[in-house]
Write a protein that binds this ligand. Structure first.
Ligand code: XMP
Length: 506
């Protein structure tokens, strides 16, 4: 495997993605909490950082632990740190060095640059630049404005790159990373979904033995894939619970429950709609609504789980980005919305926790799901928030409002599917606004509800663009909604991107 040491760059996760795309396993660890180096580690990558090596309190590590012992690749800050720590001279850049640049000189005999075009485009993003290299370091690539675009330490497998090979704008970035990982580190490219499944199922068998495990299914990809993996390992000892909180999409509860049963999962559906509606009654503050939903969920789940005799484990579909975020050097970022719906569940239940997906990225979870034969409908489903339609009903939630929104949402989502637009959109849904507006239907004046449609494109939900859906499509959906859903006389389309807006309205 490859060890990636995180100095806080916005691109660190991208490095990991690129390594995994080469079918090589890797882990990210923050610079201030590096694990013992196991013999499986074949090479190390130092990430970039928002800091400057010239600052005394910028992140440092004991470089001698790695250099000369394992192949090392420093990227941006990582490259500067390697040079600086051996007496190289790093200064603030004179020229703006952000964005695209082209290499002007390349030593293509160097193994790191094998197969890289002489004038290859690269992505720069740095405030400091390496002016002078230590004696044993030799330049292996330059651009017109950055002399030290890449270097190699003589007689050592130590390299530094000033630009970002992990960003797709670096057109030969993948080649460079492949050269390092496959040729220089000699990693075998056997990290595939099938390999992951075999290995994980074996581990789960050993870890869980004859114990019983409880897992909350949500209808989403992560909990479904986690359930399938554990089911492969321990069969009927896995007890799944699927809670109807009354805030799901139209037909969702029945459809999803059916497909879980079809997959052979031991799943119990729990209709807890009324409990959720009761707790939500009169609550208008978004955070209060989220908390109410989280609390009822934990109560319901806990009660159901305790009906299973001798249950020892709680399984969760936690994925890698959740894990990395919590140890990142960036520190906890401000809570914009409290997303962790069921935080507190493990503590309350006093069970051991098993998280078979906690080393995977979302797209890898999908690949594993596909290899396990998971239903297309679940595999490619848009993300849906845990608190469900409650955070798309602005203001207080009532069963009647849920019903109206379910109908609107259904028309929109079915419309996207029929028009073959569903898979081009990252997430879509409808929002019920707490205002009425005047309209005219036939000869009559109406004073009815307004709904907003929201559709975005995104990679990971952290940033998003509003989706430029065809006008004709929007016109047809708007017509259908107003004609079919009683109580709605106006449809608007949300054209805000994130940031500064968020995807959900609450
Ligand atoms: P925002 O609104 O923050 O949403 O731009 C980003 C992504 O997160 C989802 N989301 C939630 N998911 N519990 C969840 O499980 C929540 O409370 C929650 N709030 C937002 C949202 O649907 C989008 O995919």
């Amino acid at each position: 495997q490859i060890l990636i040491i995180d100095f806080g760059s916005q691109y660190t996760q991208l490095i990991a993605r690129r390594v995994r795309e080469l079918n090589v396993y890797c882990e990210i660890h923050p610079y201030n909490n590096i694990p013992e180096i196991s013999e499986n580690v074949k090479g190390v990558i130092f990430s970039g950082s928002p800091c400057s090596v010239r600052d005394e309190d910028s992140p440092r590590i004991p470089i001698e632990k790695f250099r000369g012992k394992l192949p090392v690749l420093g990227v941006c800050y990582g490259a500067q740190l390697l040079a600086f720590s051996e007496g190289g001279f790093v200064t603030p850049s004179e020229n703006r060095e952000y964005g695209r640049a082209n290499l002007s000189k390349v030593n293509s005999l160097n193994p790191l640059f094998d197969g890289v075009d002489i004038d290859s485009q690269v992505w720069m993003s740095h405030g400091d630049t390496i002016k002078d290299l230590p004696d044993s370091f030799e330049i292996i690539a330059s651009t017109r404005s950055v002399n030290v675009a890449a270097y190699h330490v003589k007689d050592e497998d130590t390299y530094g790159i000033q630009f970002h090979p992990e960003v797709t704008h670096s057109t030969d970035g993948k080649t460079i990373l492949r050269n390092f990982i496959v040729n220089i580190c000699d990693c075998s490219q056997d990290w595939t979904p099938a390999h992951f499944i075999d290995e994980t199922v074996e581990q789960l068998k050993e870890q869980l033995g004859n114990d019983k495990v409880v897992l909350g299914l949500s209808g989403g990809v992560d909990s479904s894939v986690a359930a399938m993996l554990i089911h492969e390992a321990i069969g009927k000892n896995l007890h799944c619970i699927f809670v109807d909180n009354g805030l799901l999409r139209k037909h969702e509860y029945e459809d999803v429950l059916e497909s879980y049963k079809h997959m052979g999962l031991n799943v119990k559906g729990v209709d807890a709609k009324e409990l959720f509606y009761d707790e939500l009654k009169g609550k208008t503050d978004p955070e209060a609504k989220r908390k109410a939903i989280g609390k009822v969920f934990i109560d319901v789940f806990d009660t159901e789980a305790h009906k299973i005799q001798d249950v020892k484990w709680l399984a969760q579909g936690t994925i890698y980005p959740d894990v990395i975020e919590s140890v990142s050097v960036k520190g906890p970022s401000a809570t914009i919305k409290s997303h962790h719906n069921v935080g507190g569940l493990p503590e309350k239940m006093n069970l051991k926790v098993v998280e078979p997906l906690n080393s995977l990225f979302k797209d890898e979870v999908r690949k594993v799901g596909s290899a396990l034969g998971l239903d297309e409908a679940i595999l490619n489903r848009h993300p849906f928030p845990g608190p469900g339609l409650a955070i798309r009903i602005l203001g207080d939630v009532t069963p009647e409002k849920v019903h109206v929104l379910q109908e609107v949402d259904y028309i929109f989502i079915q419309g996207l599917k029929t028009a073959n637009l569903y898979n081009q959109v990252w997430q879509a849904g409808a929002v019920l606004l707490p205002i009425n507006s005047v309209g005219v239907m036939g000869d009559e004046r109406t004073y009815e509800r307004v709904v907003a449609l929201r559709a975005v494109t995104s990679v990971d939900g952290m940033t998003a663009d509003w989706c430029h859906l065809p006008y004709e499509f929007l016109a047809e959906i708007s017509n259908t909604i107003i004609n079919k859903v009683k109580g709605v006389n106006r449809v608007v389309y949300d054209i805000s991107s994130k940031p500064p807006a968020t995807i959900e309205w609450e």
